[in-house]
Write a protein that binds this ligand. Structure first.
Ligand SMILES: Cc1ncc(COP(=O)(O)O)c(C=O)c1O
Length: 385
C-alpha cells in the first residue's frame, strides 16, 4: 500500500501546509465516481465533505454554469440580480420555508458568522449557547462556538460562548433563564462530531425556551441541509421554526456559496450584512441548477428511502457497534479506531469515506443520486474489510 505524499518540491515550499493529504489526485468526476490521471476509478461515499449533492459533473449543472459564464459571471450587489431572486424563490419553495428571506455569502463559516452577527444585532446581547462535538466553522465568531479549543486563536474568544451537553435540556434551560443569551446555535444533525441526530423533543424544547427568553434559534444546516437527511433541512423531522437557518456545502455542488434564511419577523436594514462575492451570477446559476435537480430527480424522497435501506444493511453487520444518521448522512461507529479500515477501503477497494472528530466513527456523505448498486457494493467491500 503506497500512501506517502509525493509533491514536487516547488509545491511543498509554496503551499501553506495545513492539510494532511491522501496520495490521490482526482482529475475528473462523473456521478458518484472520481478518476485519477491514470483512469483509476474511485467510488465517492464522502462527496468531498458532503459538498457533492447532485453528483460530479451533472450534465444539467454543467450546462447551467457554462451558459451563465457566456453571459455574465459577476457584478456587484449594487445592481439588480434576478438570479438571486430566482434562487431565493426556488429555495424557499422546495424547503417549505416561505416565511424566510435569503442572504447570500460564500461558505459555511461565513453563513454562521452572519447568523451570529444578525442575532446580536436583533437582541443586543453577546452570549451564545452551542453544543459538545459541534462544529460551526473556522472564522471569528463561528469558531468561538465550535467545540474544539485547538482551532481557536486568542483573537477568536472575544464573547461568552457556553458549550452544553447534546440532548440535555436542563443546563440549556438554566442558562436561558438568565435572560442574557443572544442565540442558541445547533446543527440539524451533527456532522463532524460523528453524526448525531438531536432528539425531536430536545429541539422542540430548545425552540420553546428560546422564544420564552428572547434568544435567537440558529439551525446550522451547512452539512445536514439540502436534502441529505431525507428532509430539505435536517431539523425538519422536528416540529420547530428556527429564526435563522445557515447553509452551504450541498448548495451548489462544489461551487463556493453559502447563505442564511432569516425568518421574516426579523427586519432587514441596509448595510446590516454584506459581501462582495456573495450571490454572484455564477454561484446563483450553480445554486439554481442544484435546486432544479433536487426537485426534478426527487432526491429528497430518494435519499430518505435509499438511506433507510443502507442503514438497515449496515445495522446487520455484526462488527459495527452503532449506526447513526438519517437519509444519506450516516455515521458508522466501529467501537475502535477506523483509520486503517478507511485506508483499506480507499487504497484496496477504491472507495472514499470520511472521518470525524470521533476516532471510531466513519462518516458517509455520498452524492444524493448514488444508486442501490453502489450501496450494495459498499456493503460487500465493507463486510470483508
Ligand atoms: C455544520 C457545519 N457548519 C459550518 C461548517 C463550515 O463550513 P465551511 O468549511 O464552508 O466554512 C461546516 C464545515 O464542515 C460544518 O460541517
Amino acid at each position: 500500500m503506497n500512501n506517502t505524499i509525493h509533491r514536487p518540491p516547488s509545491t511543498v515550499h509554496r503551499l501553506f501546509d495545513v492539510y494532511p493529504l491522501f496520495d490521490i489526485e482526482p482529475v475528473r468526476g462523473e456521478g458518484c465516481y472520481v478518476y485519477d490521471a491514470e483512469g483509476v476509478r474511485y467510488l465517492d461515499f464522502y462527496g468531498g465533505h458532503a459538498v457533492i449533492s447532485v453528483g460530479h459533473s451533472h450534465p444539467y449543472y454543467v450546462s447551467k454554469i457554462s451558459e451563465q459564464l457566456q453571459k455574465i459571471s459577476f457584478y456587484s450587489n449594487s445592481v439588480q440580480n434576478s438570479l438571486q431572486v430566482e434562487l431565493a424563490h426556488k429555495l424557499t419553495e422546495l424547503s417549505g420555508c416561505q416565511d424566510y428571506r435569503l442572504f447570500l455569502c460564500n461558505s459555511g463559516a461565513e453563513a454562521n458568522e452572519n447568523a451570529l452577527k444578525l442575532a446580536s444585532f436583533v437582541t443586543g446581547k453577546t452570549k451564545i449557547i452551542s453544543f459538545k462535538k459541534g462544529f460551526h466553522g473556522r472564522t471569528s465568531a463561528a469558531v468561538n462556538v465550535t467545540d474544539s479549543n485547538k482551532i481557536k486563536a486568542p483573537i477568536n474568544t472575544t464573547f461568552p460562548a457556553e458549550i452544553h451537553e447534546w440532548n440535555n435540556i436542563d443546563t440549556v434551560a438554566a442558562s436561558l433563564a438568565q435572560d442574557d443569551v443572544c442565540a442558541v446555535i445547533i446543527e440539524g444533525i451533527q456532522g463532524i462530531g460523528g453524526i448525531h441526530v438531536p432528539e425531536k423533543a430536545f429541539l422542540e424544547q430548545v425552540e420553546k425556551l428560546c422564544t420564552q427568553h428572547g434568544a435567537i434559534l440558529i439551525l446550522d444546516e451547512v452539512q445536514s441541509g439540502y436534502g441529505r437527511s431525507g428532509h430539505f433541512f435536517g431539523f425538519q423531522h422536528a416540529d420547530i421554526e428556527a429564526d435563522i437557518i445557515s447553509m452551504a456545502k450541498g448548495m451548489a455542488n462544489g461551487f463556493p456559496i453559502g447563505g442564511i434564511l432569516i425568518h421574516e419577523k426579523h427586519e432587514a436594514k441596509y448595510g446590516m450584512l454584506g459581501s462582495t462575492f456573495g450571490g454572484n451570477h455564477l454561484a446563483c446559476a450553480a445554486g439554481i441548477a442544484v435546486l432544479d435537480i433536487l426537485k426534478n430527480e426527487n432526491l429528497m424522497e430518494y435519499s430518505a428511502k435509499l438511506g433507510a435501506y443502507f442503514i438497515e444493511k449496515l445495522k446487520a453487520i455484526p462488527q459495527i457497534k452503532e449506526v447513526r444518521g438519517r437519509g444519506l448522512m450516516i455515521g458508522i461507529d466501529m467501537g475502535e479506531p477506523i483509520k486503517s479500515l478507511r485506508e483499506k477501503l480507499l487504497y484496496r477497494d477504491k472507495i472514499f469515506t470520511g472521518s470525524s472528530s470521533d476516532p471510531n466513527t466513519i462518516r458517509l456523505l455520498p452524492p444524493l443520486n448514488i444508486t442501490k448498486n453502489e450501496v450494495d457494493y459498499f456493503i460487500e467491500k465493507f463486510t470483508v474489510a
